[in-house]
Design a protein around this ligand. Structure first.
Ligand SMILES: [Zn+2]
Length: 151
């Protein structure tokens, strides 16, 4: 499977995006971000959503993401046939031409997602997660975030 070059250069940020997406699913029953821009300094994720986030919700998202990072969960890749993956995971975002060998990224027992990007191997490598700002417009929630690296 082809590795997307735009996701290659910051595995910390990109892995944080996985955890943020799963946190949004668990808190709000929404879908993973439909659009994102991942960079070393700051990143943004857009969600189809139904309200502006409150201060409490923003704090809750941050603390949940940081709790997962602090647990230092293992990030692993597994390969499944298309059929196995379709039966076991939500592959709505997987392109039809992704082939029959599907790469699944698991973050501990927290998140499972088909992905061809590059990831860290333990969540503590992400550092700490901070939401810079959010805004809600026309059914779209944008979350901007940054990381403070541990090293
Ligand atoms: Zn990924």
């Amino acid at each position: 499977m082809e590795v997307k070059s735009n996701k290659e250069y910051n595995p910390q940020m990109h892995s944080a995006e996985h955890i943020l997406n799963q946190t949004m699913i668990r808190m709000f029953n929404c879908e993973r971000s439909f659009s994102n821009h991942i960079e070393k300094k700051k990143s943004k994720c857009d969600y189809h959503f139904n309200h502006a986030l409150t201060e409490d919700e923003i704090n809750e998202i941050e603390s949940r993401v940081n709790r997962i990072i602090e647990k230092d969960m293992l990030v692993i890749e597994e390969f499944y046939s298309r059929e196995e993956a379709d039966n076991s995971f939500n592959l709505s975002k997987l392109p039809e031409d992704a082939g029959n060998n599907v790469r699944i990224i698991k973050i501990g027992d927290y998140d499972v997602c088909p992905c061809s990007g590059v990831h860290i191997s333990h969540t503590k490598e992400i550092g700490s997660f901070k939401i810079i700002s959010t805004n809600f417009n026309n059914g779209i929630l944008r979350i901007r975030f940054k990381l403070n690296e541990n090293q």
